[in-house]
Design a protein around this ligand. Structure first.
Ligand code: FRU
Length: 505
């Protein structure tokens, strides 16, 4: 097995290269694909251009990790050819060899991916679902001779996520995929991963401003109670997110093995941007897209990763030779709150690394109007935990990766009940007119306080607010020397109840 790079050790190569997030060494990536835990390793496949750092030549790149923070890049897993691009999809461990791809005692890993058929190919103009299998634990892949295995004759049928459904007496495979321009999730069933039968469809519902892509469907216990399972359907949408461009929405409901029934549908499907705040978003930031979950994660954990970029400016972000990081891996849970169910997210990587050595702390400190740089708190890869109580200020918060006056503002407007990330002065914004934005999310005070956990990593900010009930993920491109951390208040004062800063690299 050839090892190309480990991103944590390559982290100092340029000032935007993340230390804690996966990037390909010197190529383009987009959606995470085929996420699976197998033989002690997390496998991350992903949409990859092996030949460049803009979108094209779509193939599945491959990386593995034991701790979800340190990733090793491997050679391309499934490559495009003259007939097809290899679009997004998933991988399952076919432990009972239902597909027949196994050999001797080796059960196969099976990839279910979208063949985006090229001009001049037999299926020109069609997107259909195809299979490849691996008998060496996910490194070498063979395409199935009978591809594609599922076609609807559609040009927009893609992104199959397959899982094993074990309800009732007999289990079977379930595929969720999309008819992207119909805003529809389509559900299929199979005994052998080769023959598929339509179960049901879901949608249009809630946000339908763009195309629907990369769905996922999984059960979660409510408040950790295995007797009380709810199903979560996630659907990525591009454009049409709450702060423009790409984003992921989700629905909570039930799945009976045939049909997903949503209890969180607000509208039949609307393009009215005025309603976006009513829907449930996986992340309110501009750079968390195509999120899907790992199969077979230990301890039944539901771990998700998103592509940390936005199709609005994805090909323009100023990094080289690589382009686009993945988000931190997140653990999902469902909590009952005030008569409603809330999807909660926490970073899932090794917490002894993510807690970091503490470098700075504060307690019971008033922030006066203006900006106060925190001596001793500077850094470029940090975890910041802070709890605020509002005072007379109309807004207050943190300035990250600052240079005295400018930086990325992460703050609260208590009067408007919003969390915001303002990256207008975050560093380089000139590469795309829409990048320098102020983005907002609704936030509710808990006992009068706002608690933020913020991960800063060279070119990104990930905010987990109110213990993971609201998240905002955004790219930033500050100068490598902009490393100050400051607090600010506008038009009055606010109080920091507690603050802890850890340096993570
Ligand atoms: C989402 C997406 C998928 C598609 C892939 C192609 O970002 O458009 O729908 O499979 O990217 O790279």
């Amino acid at each position: 097995m050839e090892t190309l790079t480990s991103t944590r050790t390559a982290a100092t190569a340029d000032s935007y290269r993340p230390a804690l997030h996966y990037t390909a060494k010197d190529t383009w990536l987009n959606d995470p694909n085929g996420l699976i835990f197998h033989d002690g390793l997390y496998h991350l496949y992903y949409q990859n251009n092996p030949l460049g750092n803009t979108w094209g030549n779509m193939s599945w790149g491959h990386a593995t990790s034991a701790d979800l923070l340190t990733w090793t890049e491997h050679p391309v897993a499934i490559a495009c050819d003259e007939d097809e691009d290899i679009f997004s999809g998933s991988v399952v461990y076919d432990r009972h060899n239902t597909s027949g791809f196994g050999s001797g005692s080796a059960a196969p890993l099976v990839a279910i991916y979208t063949s985006a058929f090229k001009t001049g190919s037999l299926h020109e103009g069609v997107q259909a679902q195809s299979l490849a299998y691996s008998l060496d634990g996910g490194y070498a892949w063979t395409k199935h001779a009978g591809n594609p295995v599922l076609s609807r004759g559609s040009a927009e049928f893609r992104d199959p996520k397959v899982f094993r459904y074990d309800g009732g007496t007999q289990g079977y495979w379930v595929m969720v995929a999309v008819e992207a321009t119909d805003f529809q999730v389509v559900l299929y069933k199979s005994e052998d991963l080769k023959n598929w039968e339509l179960l049901s469809t879901f949608g249009p519902a809630n946000a339908t401003g763009g195309v629907w892509e990369c769905p996922d469907l999984f059960p979660l216990p409510v408040d950790g109670d295995p007797e009380n399972l709810k199903w979560v359907l996630t659907v990525n949408l591009n454009p049409g997110g709450p702060n423009n461009g790409s984003a992921g929405q989700y629905f909570i409901g039930d799945f009976d093995g045939t049909t997903f029934t949503s209890a969180s549908t607000v509208t039949e499907g609307t393009q009215d941007p005025g309603r976006l705040g009513e829907y449930r978003w996986l992340d309110w930031g501009r750079d968390y897209y195509a999120a899907v979950s790992f199969g077979d994660a230990p301890g039944n954990r539901r771990l998700m990763v998103g592509w940390m970029n936005n199709w609005e400016y994805a090909n323009d972000i100023p990094t080289a030779p690589w382009r686009s990081p993945m988000s931190l891996v997140r653990e999902m849970s469902l909590q009952a709150k005030a008569g409603d169910l809330c999807l909660v997210q926490q970073p899932a990587g090794d917490l002894t690394v993510l807690a970091g050595p503490e470098s700075f702390s504060l307690s019971a400190e008033t922030i006066d109007a203006g900006v106060q740089v925190l001596a001793g708190a500077a850094g470029t890869v940090q975890r910041i935990d802070v709890s605020f109580t509002p005072g007379s200020a109309e807004e207050f918060g943190l300035i990250l990766r600052g240079d005295g006056t400018k930086g990325t503002r992460v703050g609260i407007r208590p009067g408007l009940a919003t969390l915001f990330v303002d990256r207008r002065e975050s560093g380089r914004t000139d590469f795309h007119p829409s990048f320098g934005s102020i983005d907002t999310a609704p936030i509710v005070a808990a006992n009068g306080c706002y608690h933020l956990t913020v991960f800063v990593d060279h070119c990104s900010v990930e905010v987990f607010a109110q213990d993971g009930q609201v998240t905002m993920t955004e790219l930033i491109f500050p100068a490598g020397t902009s490393n100050e951390l400051a607090v600010f208040a506008t038009g009055g004062t606010a109080t920091i109840n507690s603050m802890r800063v850890a340096q993570l690299a």
